[in-house]
Write a protein that binds this ligand. Structure first.
Ligand code: DHB
Ligand code: FE
Length: 277
């Protein structure tokens, strides 16, 4: 059976892509952010996962406001990034893992999650940047994108997203394969890009949330979506993807590393690496 070796989470601010393309990682603005990834790079070199299941939110590239699935799973042989502006170098397509995609979809539907299955799917910065941050030398893993709607209301609750992650974890552990899987959750932490509260950041809430993910992932499920928006900003609800990724881990979890830095663009940028056992 496949083995889940850990969960990695990170913010996905588009400016990170421009910083990597221009080689700005060691400049004063970016260093506190990029330095967070060193311990994870070393762990990944050693742990060598084969597959990454990526919980992320599409921002209007693959799904727009006219058709917005709550949960969507990619089932394609490859996933292409489409230009978002910024003049970034074109990335090669990300390799899919269709057999696992279909296993996931079947398991999730059996568990009563109503999934949109996508045999074609373009991926945006929320998928591409985290993979590039974790593997800056080139992404060696195959991938399965799992998209959670955090763009158009109504959004799925924190409780539902944690349950989705748990069901994905079950599916991975029952996949007949000897592959090693890492789950990734992207987005957050607190940020608001629009409206009267643009620039809103809530450090005490973010730190409590990060802490809760290690031993008490249910903590965030006490909040409704509207309460989460109030506490973390309109885009801060992207923390739902962290919760789903954490949900895939079973039993005791160890925190390998975390980093938190304000601001990157308008965002409180966080990352965490949790390992199984
Ligand atoms: C920013 C953050 C995001 O999560 C995003 O999707 C786009 C922009 C920002 O802070 O600039
Ligand atoms: Fe985002």
């Amino acid at each position: 059976m496949a083995r889940i070796i850990g969960a990695l989470t990170t913010s996905h601010v588009p400016a990170i892509g421009a910083a990597m393309a221009k080689g700005l990682q060691q400049t004063p603005y970016w260093k506190p952010f990029f330095d967070g990834f060193g311990p994870v790079h070393r762990w990944l070199e050693d742990a060598r996962p084969d597959v990454a299941v990526v919980f992320y939110n599409d921002h209007g590239l693959n799904f727009f406001l006219d058709k917005m699935p709550t949960f969507a799973v990619g089932a394609a042989a490859e996933y292409r990034n489409a230009d978002e502006g910024w003049g970034l170098p074109t990335l090669p397509p990300f390799r899919g893992e269709p057999e696992l995609s279909w296993h996931l979809i079947e398991h999730l539907v059996e568990r009563e999650f109503d999934i949109t299955s996508c045999q074609e799917m373009r991926v945006d910065h929320a998928f591409t940047l985290p993979l590039t941050l974790f593997w800056p030398q080139g992404v060696p893993v195959t991938t399965v994108p799992v998209c959670i709607n955090t763009v158009q209301f109504p959004l799925p609750s924190a409780k539902r997203c944690l349950a989705l992650g748990r069901a994905v974890g079950e599916a991975l552990r029952s996949w007949e394969s000897d592959k090693k899987v890492v789950v990734i959750g992207t987005g957050g932490l607190s940020h608001q890009l629009d409206g009267e509260r643009a620039g809103f950041i809530n450090k005490p809430f973010d730190l409590k949330f990060m802490d809760s993910l290690v031993n008490e992932p249910e903590w965030a499920t006490q909040f409704s979506i509207h309460e989460l928006v109030e506490k973390t900003g309109t885009q801060g609800v992207e923390l739902l993807m962290w919760l789903a990724a954490r949900g895939a881990l079973e039993g005791p979890v160890r925190k390998l590393h975390s980093n938190y830095h304000i601001p990157i663009s308008n965002t409180a940028a966080g990352m965490m690496a949790l390992t199984a056992g």
